[in-house]
Design a protein around this ligand. Structure first.
Ligand code: ADP
Length: 163
């Protein structure tokens, strides 16, 4: 039984994240998406909203669940009985910081390994930050970046003056 966690901010979940989730869910038996509650960052969406969007976006994957966590990723993995951490790699710019995190996590717990999925080329440029910028400046034209449910939540934020 291979159990993995996929940690991140998901503010909001993009089609790039979904692509990683789809592929990772085929490689493991159970995939737990961990939404990090990080008080240092100022997310656009509350943690409840981020979880809701992820649940809506991952309905089609029966072995995927969504949870929140605080603190260290390795502790979250261990608590859930998972020994794999999934991360996505876009460009070389991701590589250095991801490598550092993976090495650190391995020192913290040698039983937990990081598994990387390289982005599908069509999502290589995509990040939650880019999505928020495009949503802000172009309003409605975000369907290439996020699914319709997330697009609607972004439009709500825009109309509430929060984006
Ligand atoms: P974090 O704040 O932990 O980087 P993110 O939500 O930005 O959280 O990203 C979570 C994970 O998803 C990271 O491993 C990131 O590299 C990966 N990721 C984000 N966008 C993409 C994408 N377009 N293609 C592949 N992986 C991605």
């Amino acid at each position: 039984m291979i159990k993995a966690i996929y940690p991140g901010s998901f503010d909001p979940v993009t089609l790039g994240h979904i692509d990683i989730i789809r592929r990772a869910s085929r490689a493991v038996d159970n995939l737990i998406i961990g939404v990090l509650i990080n008080r240092d960052k100022h997310p656009l969406f509350t943690v409840e909203e981020r979880v809701d969007m992820l649940r809506e976006s991952t309905r089609e994957f029966p072995n995927v669940t969504v949870e929140t966590f605080t603190g260290r990723t390795v502790d979250f993995a261990r608590d859930r009985g998972a020994n794999i951490i999934i991360r996505g790699l876009r460009a070389v710019t991701d590589f250095e910081v991801e490598m550092q995190m993976a090495q650190t996590n391995r020192i913290l717990d040698p039983n937990i390994d990081t598994m990387f999925f390289t982005t599908s080329p069509r999502y290589a440029y995509l990040s939650s930050t880019i999505v928020k910028e495009v949503a802000h400046y172009e309003g409605t034209n975000i369907n290439k970046f996020v699914n319709p449910y997330v697009a609607a939540r972004l439009r709500e934020k825009l109309s509430q003056g929060q984006l």
